[in-house]
Design a protein around this ligand. Sequence first.
Ligand code: GAP
Length: 464
Amino acid sequence: MAAPNIDTIVSLAKRRGFVFPSSEVYGGLGSAWDYGPLGVELSNNVKQSWWRWIVYDRDDIEGIDSSIILNRLVWKYSGHEATFNDWLIDCRKCKARFRADKISDNKCPSCGASDWTEARPFNTMLQTKLGAVADDDPTALAYLRPETAQGIFINFLNVQTTMRRKLPFGIAQVGKSFRNEVTPGNFILRTREFEQMEMEYFVSPTAEHAKLVDYWVEQYVEWFGSLGISRENLFLYEVPEDDLAHYSRRTVDIMYRYFPEREKPWEELMGIAWRTDFDLSTHSKNKVDAEGKRINPDSTEDLSYFDEPTKQRFYPHVIEPAVGVNRTVLAVLMDAYSEKTNDKGETRVILKLSPQLAPIKAAILPLAKNKPEIVGMAKAIKRSLQPVLRAVYGDTGGIGKLYARQDEIGTPFCVTVDHQSLEDEAVTVRDRDTWEQERIKVADLAEHLQKRLKPYPVTQPEVV
Ligand code: GAP
């Protein structure tokens, strides 16, 4: 079972400290959300899981962390200044403004009229100004990056030469991106500030690019599986040629069933694009157009690659899997959501998060909080586990309530210290999903939990 709709997750997220509406004390800020104590852990665990999988577990990918604000020329030559547009239309009757591509039946979603202005472009890069400059000084204009990818492209040579890399190899980056979305909404699905995990995989111009797109699609479907996202809630969408971004020759979107209650339940979770050699060549000083004119007179570098075996110099092509952290967090929460009825007939929420993603791995609970020996033992166990896994001590309710609260936030194990523990140096370990309990010696507890917390494996076939 998954969550029946996003609203169920919005309510759970707020109630239990995952995600709060931002700036609430001033009436909120549409589309901005703050990650609470459990949300920041979950989101960090998603990013760490990705980094381990894409950078550490493989031998062909390096990581970087580039600036959010780049030289404005990056965005000129990447094509974003000219083309990173949404097409806007206004309803003449109620004056509401929409993205033209989101109106499917020609009717205004606010008032139902069909009287529209002409569509016009609106650049969605968020602008800022650098330095202490006059308001109207055009040279101070800068953008907050709308994708992390460009920071990778402009560092291609730095990484390739310092790490002595040969093709094929990739560069990964995780970080914030910004877009002045016309119609943000649906909780953390579409916001103006969000996080991306992007990887640019550089290959020869003669590589089998379409097959490489398929390879990365399969890899990501597997990785999502390892996060607990069920295959049946994913849908592969081959983006039609007319809808491809200006740099792409093929893109497959992996969609997630974010709207199970709707006739059209799918929305993009990530995209895998064959970006050709567009970005590396457009940022290069030596690239010329059909008439022999330099396409980039501002660049001081040539981002081409010399291939030793063939003795040829070329601009590598790129396969780019680009995934949103926030959309992954939302998919993970929706898929993990389940309900179970206890023997008193009460419905309990259980968040069946994969162990590697759970914000808290073990809650150490004293059966009697007025017994100093039991409390002391529980706190000591918490401290001893902390170096190996995220554990918390809890005594803010009866044991049934404490179990229910931990189930609802996805804690895989509750460890209960009782009177017997003082005698036999053993504790009860309760499993979140089955509610089964077993008695484990305190001396074996860390190893026992670590074994059961192992991440789900992801297989990694050779790159095609
Ligand atoms: N570098 C390519 C690129 O940025 P994209 O499809 O525009 O491609 C990649 O973005 C991913 O970033 C999306 O699939 C989505 O997961 C996430 N994303 C994009 N815009 C977003 C927004 N406004 N709010 C939340 N996530 C967003």
